[in-house]
Design a protein around this ligand. Structure first.
Ligand code: FSO
Ligand code: SF4
Length: 549
């Protein structure tokens, strides 16, 4: 076995990628990512010791969330960039040690090897990377819980980074991330690890609330919006991923250049924000969920900017080779990386803008509009209408179908499910899962569309706010008494933190598909089933009958 990774839903055979990633991650990239996580754990151990004495270091906090974000599925395939990050990790670790020494704190004699292991030699790094991976934890339940915790922290890291980019941070979130990572290096019992996983859910809620605040205070509350899915006549830049700060800066820098801007996949909800609507060259959304990019990028014609995952490494003969740009935590061998600016300065998107100017305009792959913008503020403005519809029986049930899309054929389930849902039901969605049904003609109920898109995967927080508010309005004791069913599709680690956040909020009986995580050992899966009623999915008709009952 040359690598081992089982962090996402598409893991080989549902158990683990061992030769190469289904995602396109090669063995050397996978192993270097493991080493980056290992070094980040060492930094976290030291940061926890320092924090106990009141030392908080912004550089350490930034390194930890950025390093973890880099290792999320489909975010960074650039081995050289990952090695560079590991080396930066050694410097950050030394910095932490110096601060600890300066404060007169003596470190324990015996510490985890991740706090001391060092090599700048790539061959030695490769050797080490094969020794510290996931399978180095022998007990499968302990391994399962430690990885579940690590993946929750990866998701949290992504959201913390987006909030940070907008000038928002929560030191308690950073402290938990580092505490959790350090805990994965310690001897812990199953109950102790379950407690940490639950605590992870609490900080998942906090980080999503922070990002919601950052997004809405920076760009306004999302509003009901019709988004064009056709094309204009100018050359364009396609922006993918989730980072709204990048979105803002790209729109500013392209204004008046003759280059249009289109969103792709999870960037679609940028159209819902008032601050971005003023740009006439912000034309529309091009294409569908991330996994269709190999076809759709060919016809876009212009350059593509990845601000985060999900990247599918292009084929060797792809026509769009040389047109991919990455920034932030994203990376791809052969792509042009736009670096982070110095503090207080803007990112410089000149290279991609100049590139776009010499490209042909995009070719339309569809026409018309789709509707979205149903985040908590907008939905709560419609609260009276929604409550009346529930009371009159016009709306029988809400189906939360948030989460991710993916390439597996079994995800056709979600399109079928949406089509077959009775007409008196409404789908609440967020994340790229929506592309399975957001272009279907599902109609409306008294003017309320039957698919309400709150936004990106992190905007699943909005769906929780809506549920908690409805619980108050209907004067219920328990969120599970609401007429809301959760049928969630997951793919990568941001969905893991969303799931843990929902569990923390007390949501029970969540259906999770298309398959349960391969990283859950039978015993850990049993705990989730027994305590939270988590279930997989089955056949569409039978599931609808059960869930609408
Ligand atoms: Fe999708 Fe990818 Fe947003 Fe994920 S584009 S799969 S959960 O990165 O983050 O929903
Ligand atoms: Fe496999 Fe998913 Fe890991 Fe990629 S991220 S190597 S597909 S388990």
């Amino acid at each position: 076995m040359s690598m081992f990774c089982y962090q996402c839903q598409e893991t080989a055979k549902g158990t683990g990628c061992t030769i190469a990633g289904v995602c396109g991650k090669t063995e050397d990239v996978a192993n270097m990512q493991d080493l980056l996580v290992y070094v980040t754990k060492g930094i976290s151990i030291l940061a926890n010791i320092a924090r106990e004495k009141g030392i908080e270091n912004e550089e350490v906090n930034k390194f930890v969330f950025d390093a973890m974000f880099i290792t999320i599925t489909n975010a960074n395939f650039d081995r050289v960039a990952i090695i560079k990050k590991i080396k930066q990790g050694f410097e950050v670790r030394d910095l932490m040690k110096k601060e600890i020494e300066k404060a007169g704190i003596s470190l324990p004699e015996k510490m985890h090897s991740s706090t001391t292991w060092f090599s700048n030699d790539v061959a030695e790094m490769e050797r080490k990377s094969t020794l510290i991976g996931i399978l180095s934890i022998e007990n499968e339940d302990i391994r399962s819980l430690k990885e579940l915790l690590t993946y929750g922290i990866k998701g949290m890291a992504a959201y913390a980074e987006h909030a940070f980019n907008l000038g928002y941070q929560n030191e308690k979130v950073f402290a938990f991330m580092q505490k959790g990572l350090a805990a994965t290096t310690e001897e812990k019992s199953v109950p102790e690890l379950i407690d940490l996983v639950m605590e992870c859910g609490k900080y998942g809620v906090d980080v999503m609330a922070l990002l919601d605040k950052a997004n809405t205070e920076s760009y306004g509350n999302p509003e009901i919006t019709e988004v064009n899915i056709g094309v204009g006549t100018n050359p364009g830049i396609l922006i993918s991923g989730h980072d709204l700060k990048d979105m803002e800066q790209l729109l500013k820098q392209t204004e008046g250049t003759g280059v249009d801007v289109y969103t792709h996949s999870e960037m679609l909800p940028a159209h819902y924000y008032p601050a971005f609507k003023k740009y006439c060259h912000f034309v529309g959304n091009y294409g569908n969920a991330w996994w269709k990019q190999r076809e759709e990028f060919e016809t876009f014609n212009g350059p593509i900017l990845f601000t985060t995952n999900c990247i599918v490494p292009p084929k060797k003969d792809a026509g769009y080779l040389g047109k991919i740009y990455t920034t932030g935590a994203a990376g791809l061998d052969g792509a042009i990386h736009i670096p982070n600016p110095a503090k207080g300065q803007d990112k410089d998107f000149t290279a991609i803008i100049e590139h776009a100017k010499i490209c042909k305009p995009p070719v339309a792959i569809e026409n018309g509009t789709i509707i979205g913008g149903f985040a908590h503020n907008q939905v709560l403005q419609l609260a009276d209408k929604v409550v009346d519809a529930v009371k009159s029986g016009a709306i029988r049930k809400f189906f939360v179908m948030a989460g991710c899309d993916g390439r597996m054929k079994s995800r056709d389930y979600y399109t079928e499910f949406a089509k077959k849902l009775p007409n008196d039901t409404v789908i609440l969605t967020a994340g790229c899962a929506k592309y399975r049904y957001n272009k279907l003609e599902l109609g409306d109920i008294g003017g309320i569309p039957r698919v309400l898109d709150a936004g990106q995967c992190n905007d699943s927080y909005s769906l929780a706010v809506i549920a908690l508010t409805l619980k108050e309005v209907f004067e219920l004791n328990d969120i599970n008494e609401l007429p809301i069913v959760y049928n969630i599709a997951w793919y990568e680690q941001k969905a893991v933190i969303v799931l843990l956040a929902l569990l923390y909020l007390g949501v029970k009986n969540i259906h999770l598909g298309p398959t349960l995580p391969g990283f859950l050992s039978p015993a850990v899966a049993k705990v989730l089933v027994e305590n939270f009623g988590i279930e997989g999915i089955g056949e569409v008709d039978a599931d609808i009958a059960q869930m609408t009952a």
